[in-house]
Ligand binder design. Structure first.
Ligand code: PBG
Ligand code: ZN
Length: 324
């Protein structure tokens, strides 16, 4: 009889080469998407205080960041716009000469290999900062759909590969799909923010995008963080309405949701490591409490291991440099 124990898991952990040989999950630069904040002007670069290394930039500066990302083989960029003018219905969102539209055209011209995804929402464009139009203090779902359609069509006209509605209105994926098809954009894909939670982790983003609601919060349209079944239901609905890819957001506190949504739908799944997750890692590292690079790679690998195919992260460039 052989000596106890027959199976010693440590045997395969002895050397870096052995560990690499049996590694189950990989993180590749092509799976990463870098969010970018675009505003009007030239030569503009306004750092975001709560997000080290992240800035609002004009299109010419944005191209530099995107070129850097492309040279590191980062798969794509996700564009957010900061308009010069905000109003009650967010009409700048469908301005064909707005910062996002200009950025899309510049990216498709100069870096055609990079996937260009545009965030579709009203909160950056409305004076009140909500993700849709208000009626009697509430976001009016069906009236908002028309505005999201106009915004999506404007992004598609500019040449976006993918539009990504993040508003959480009911029926928006179907409305956008129909409008794209009817207007000759059958090839424009939809990445739906299908399971987007009303999270505490969006604070730094709202500073970056200047999109903090002036009153109330987003709990009337974003998901309750306690719910998992609902995430599967929301995602199925978006798939039925025509979503090509789906999303779980935030990522780190919702790894169980990533795992379930992937297992139950089998659809291409993106997970968004949001601004607060990024800021928390930076803040702890700044105090010397954790190692920035290791914590970054561990957080991203965890998201991939849970089942995400695509990881949207402000760390995209730094992580791409450290992918094996
Ligand atoms: C817009 C939008 C938000 C984020 C992505 N799209 C903010 C929000 O819903 O308040 C958050 C991204 C992040 O925190 O990094 N609806
Ligand atoms: Zn919004």
């Amino acid at each position: 009889m052989s000596s106890f124990p027959a199976y010693r898991p440590r045997r395969l952990r002895r050397t870096a080469a052995l560990r690499k040989l049996v590694r189950e999950t990989v993180l590749a630069p092509s799976q990463l998407v870098l969010p970018l904040f675009v505003r009007a002007g030239t030569g503009v670069r306004v750092p975001v205080a709560s997000m080290p290394g992240v800035a609002q930039t004009s299109v010419d500066e944005m191209i530099k960041d995107a070129r850097d990302a492309a040279s590191l083989s980062v798969g794509g960029v996700l564009l957010f716009g900061i308009p010069e003018h905000k109003d009650e219905e967010g009409s700048s969102a469908w301005d064909d000469n707005g910062p996002v539209q200009e950025a899309v055209r510049a990216l498709k011209r100069e870096l055609p290999e990079l996937v260009v995804i545009t965030d579709v929402c009203m909160c950056e464009y409305t004076s009140h900062g909500h993700c849709g139009v208000l009626r009697d203090g509430e976001v009016d779902n069906d009236a908002t759909l028309e505005l999201l359609v106009k915004e999506s069509l404007s992004h598609a006209r500019a040449g976006a590969d993918v539009v990504a509605p993040s508003d959480m209105m009911d029926g928006r994926v179907g409305a956008i799909r129909r409008a794209l098809d009817e207007n000759g954009f059958a090839q424009t894909a939809i990445l739906s923010y299908s399971a987007k939670y009303a999270s505490a982790c969006y604070g730094p983003f709202r500073e970056a995008a200047e999109s903090t609601p002036q009153s109330g919060d987003r709990r009337g349209y974003q998901m309750d963080v306690a719910n998992a079944e609902e995430a599967v239901r929301e995602t199925r609905l978006d798939i039925e309405e025509g979503a090509d890819m789906v999303m779980v957001k935030p990522a780190g506190p919702f790894l169980d949701i990533i795992s379930r949504v992937k297992a139950e739908t089998g659809y291409p799944l993106a997970a968004y490591q949001v601004s607060g997750e990024f800021a928390m890692i930076h803040a702890a590292a700044e105090r010397g409490w954790i190692d920035l690079d290791r914590a970054m790679m561990e957080s991203l690998l965890g998201i991939r291991r849970a089942g995400a195919d695509i990881v949207i992260t402000y760390f995209a460039r730094e992580a791409a440099k450290r992918c094996p």
